[in-house]
Design a protein around this ligand. Structure first.
Ligand SMILES: [Ca+2]
Ligand SMILES: [Ca+2]
Length: 411
């Protein structure tokens, strides 16, 4: 088999430059001759061809694949080189930028060194501040504790205040209701206030005027006080002691009549508390510097009659029949004279009804009759005929009596 194959190969090699058709025929003849001798070899030959073709195909495919891979790799490498060139360019730019940044960073570093020095000094100051802050923190902690306690008490007070606030809200509502009424009243009061202010303004001016007058009056008063002091010294001297019979030393109020005497028509009259005979009564009146009272006119009669009426009214416990006056008819019966020597005027006569009657009592052994006149107090005053109060009485009988003197300064 191997021999046949070798022949066939060698024959193809030897006659490769000759006519292909002739060679093919010769080869075909040879092959036919060989085929007849070794069919089995052909079969093997075809097998080996197939195998060879397969091997060649495999090799071709392998080589082709390798070449393809190599081309692919070449393209990849080219692409990568291209990328790398770009990257190199990029890196170069970056490097340039980095150099710029490096110079900037150096400048920054120099400035940073200066800043560092400043920061170092600031650090020292901050350290001092921190120590102070720590001290303050300690104080604040103590204060915090204190404030916490205060907060607790404040919260309690807050609760109380809230309760009070509710109560106050209730009061506030009621107060607001009254507020409108108060505002109305306030408006009215403002009107009154404006009027009052006008009055006050005018009053203020008057007050200033009065104040000036008061100052003048004070000066005058001081002068008068000095003068009064001088007059007091004179008044309280022994030479003028008689004046104090008519004056009150405490109030310095003086009367023109002695104490207990009543002034009427520039004369002083006195009604005694005791009863005396007419003659003795007259002596007592003379001792006072006067005499028994004389009725000069209707006013005198009314005044004296009223004195007796008031005495009876004020002294109901005292027995009071009548009071002697200065009228008598001792010298001649029925001819009456006043103690001043005058006869009664015809229009100034006030006998009681049925008087004078010169009645003679059973015990009057001398039968002298009634020669002294007294005023008998009426039961009422002011009614008709009440002034007619004279009655002639026995002079030896005891009666109250009416004296008169001239008022001080007129005697
Ligand atoms: Ca008589
Ligand atoms: Ca009589």
């Amino acid at each position: 088999m191997v021999d046949t194959e070798e022949i066939r190969v060698s024959f193809q090699c030897e006659h490769s430059s000759e006519d292909p058709t002739k060679n093919a025929l010769e080869v075909q003849d040879e092959i036919n001759r060989v085929d007849t001798q070794n069919n089995s070899v052909r079969t093997q030959e075809s097998r080996w061809k197939s195998i060879l073709i397969a091997v060649l195909m495999v090799l071709f495919c392998g080589v082709t694949g390798i070449l393809y891979n190599q081309m692919k790799k070449h393209q990849n490498v080219t692409t990568e080189l291209h990328y790398m060139a770009e990257e190199v360019f990029t890196v170069w730019n970056i490097n340039k930028q980095l150099q710029i940044e490096n110079s900037q960073l150096k400048e920054l570093l120099n400035s940073t060194d200066q800043n560092f020095t400043l920061l170092k000094s600031e650090y020292g100051q901050l350290k001092l501040l921190m120590n102070a802050t720590l001290y303050n923190f300690t104080l604040l902690s103590a204060e915090k504790t204190h404030v916490s306690m205060l907060l607790e008490t404040t919260l309690e007070e807050k609760t109380q205040v809230q309760v009070r606030n509710k109560e106050l809200n209730v009061l506030l509502k009621s107060t607001l209701e009254h507020c409108n009424l108060v505002e109305q009243e306030a408006r009215q009061l403002n009107l009154h206030l404006n009027k009052s202010l006008q009055i006050i303004t005018s009053t203020s001016a008057e007050n200033k005027h009065l104040h000036r007058l008061l100052i003048d009056e004070r000066q005058t008063s001081e002068q008068l006080e000095a003068e009064n002091q001088k007059q007091r010294t004179i008044l309280f001297s022994d030479n003028l002691s008689f004046i104090w019979r008519f004056c009150n030393k405490t109030t310095l109020q003086c009367s023109r009549c002695l104490p207990g005497w009543v002034e009427h028509a520039s004369r002083c009259f006195f009604l005694s508390l005791v009863a005396e005979k007419w003659e003795h009564a007259r002596r007592l009146c003379l001792d006072f510097g006067g005499d028994l009272a004389v009725v000069l006119n209707a006013e005198d009669q009314a005044f004296l009659t009223n004195m007796t009426f008031e005495f009876v009214r004020k002294h109901p416990q005292v027995y009071f029949h009548s009071a002697w006056i200065g009228l008598q008819d001792m010298v001649k019966e029925g001819v009456h004279f006043w103690v001043n020597g005058n006869r009664p005027k015809s229009n100034v006569i006030y006998w009681k009804r049925m008087e004078p009657n010169n009645a003679i009592a059973y015990w009057d052994k001398d039968r002298a009759g009634q020669d002294c006149v007294a005023i008998v107090p009426p039961r009422r005053i002011g009614q008709k005929g009440w002034l007619n109060s004279w009655d002639d009485i026995v002079c030896g009988g005891k009666r109250h009596y009416l004296c008169e003197t001239m008022a001080l300064g007129l005697s």
